[in-house]
Design a binder for this molecule. Structure first.
Ligand SMILES: [Zn+2]
Ligand SMILES: [Zn+2]
Length: 330
């Protein structure tokens, strides 16, 4: 099997003079100190932030972790080092694909704050009015740690299942294909998800999850991990975690999920845990393969073709792409 070549270092950083490197490091340390101060602040000192995030906090608990600056600081620092030392594929640190994904990241935050929290409320309302008889009341009598483990496993399994469905149903795939379009994988690629894909995913996962009852405990540490970890495994990093890969999704296994070749199609759907793919036979057999990623459709509006000056236009075209596909198919 053909293996990809490994870059020795990044041209972006090595081209810089020493004083620029020192200046960048100083700025980075100031940002890190700021993140630490925020993390140590009490919630009352961050009332505006909490007010803004209230629609999310009511029903999408893990989104509290979205804005954990300290976790982001460590993630960015770690990925920065690893992408230079052990890149999965030869690639500059700041590519046009990276710039496009940061735009998706901003768009995703706007979409979540403005809409997704309210959509979750609507789904819960529908559930309580029409499907509440499905709720498994017996779970509420269990201990907190058992309920947490059930919540963790159930949420991860439902994410796996919803991901599989979004690949297998042609209508859903048209929207999910946008997530697969990145050929320069980076930590913000997890934000490259079409809003309709996000809504389909939320609908598929949320209603079954409500059956477990409303009082499932959410542990903030885990919520932060679940928010940060998908960013980490989208990074251009050559890591498969040794024996841990039998439990966790890894940068290697998720890269295979994004691979272009037909032999990789519909493999490794896991979100945090890799166990579902191993149990249900959707795990790709080679845990040492780091293939090229992206979609093969020549009509896809790629930022690599349009160039860095047209990020906003390309973003709009990528949002429209699934609808154009639907129109053509119809
Ligand atoms: Zn997928
Ligand atoms: Zn992905």
């Amino acid at each position: 099997m053909e293996r990809s070549s490994v870059a020795k270092s990044s041209p972006f950083i090595d081209g810089l003079e020493l004083w620029v490197k020192v200046a960048l490091l100083s700025i980075w340390l100031v940002i890190g100190s700021g993140a630490l101060l925020l993390a140590l602040s009490t919630p009352s000192e961050l009332s505006l932030l909490h007010k803004l995030l209230r629609p999310l906090q009511a029903h999408v608990d893990s989104d509290r972790a979205l804005y954990s600056p300290l976790a982001y600081f460590f993630l960015l620092s770690l990925v920065f080092i690893l992408e230079r030392r052990i890149p999965a594929r030869e690639q500059a640190l700041f590519t046009v694909g990276f710039a496009q994904d940061t735009l998706w990241y901003v768009g995703t935050i706007v979409f979540r704050v403005a809409f997704l929290g309210y959509y979750a409320l609507l789904l819960e309302d529908i559930y309580q009015q029409h499907f509440s008889f499905l709720t498994l009341d017996s779970i509420s009598s269990w201990g907190a740690s058992s309920r947490f483990v059930v919540a963790l496993l159930a949420a991860d399994f439902l994410r796996w299942l919803s991901h599989l469905i979004r690949h297998k149903v042609p209508l859903f795939w048209k929207f999910h294909a946008v997530h697969h379009s990145q050929s320069e994988m980076n930590l913000f690629t997890d934000a490259r998800v079409h809003p309709v894909d996000r809504m389909i995913s939320a609908t598929l996962r949320f209603i079954p999850f409500l059956m477990l009852g409303n009082d499932l405990p959410v542990i903030l540490g885990w919520a932060i991990f679940e928010t940060i970890y998908p960013k980490f495994y989208h990074a251009n990093v050559r890591l498969n975690f040794g024996l841990l890969r039998y439990i966790l999704v890894t940068p290697q296994s998720h890269r295979v999920h994004h691979a272009r070749g037909a032999s990789y199609r519909d493999k490794n759907f896991g979100f945090t845990l890799s166990i579902w793919d191993r149990v249900f036979g959707t795990h790709y057999q080679d845990d040492f393969d780091y293939p090229a990623t992206g979609v093969t459709d020549p009509d896809y509006p790629s930022e690599k073709v349009a160039g860095p000056r047209f990020l906003a236009v390309t973003f709009a075209r990528q949002l429209l792409y699934p609808f154009q596909q639907l129109f053509r198919a119809g």
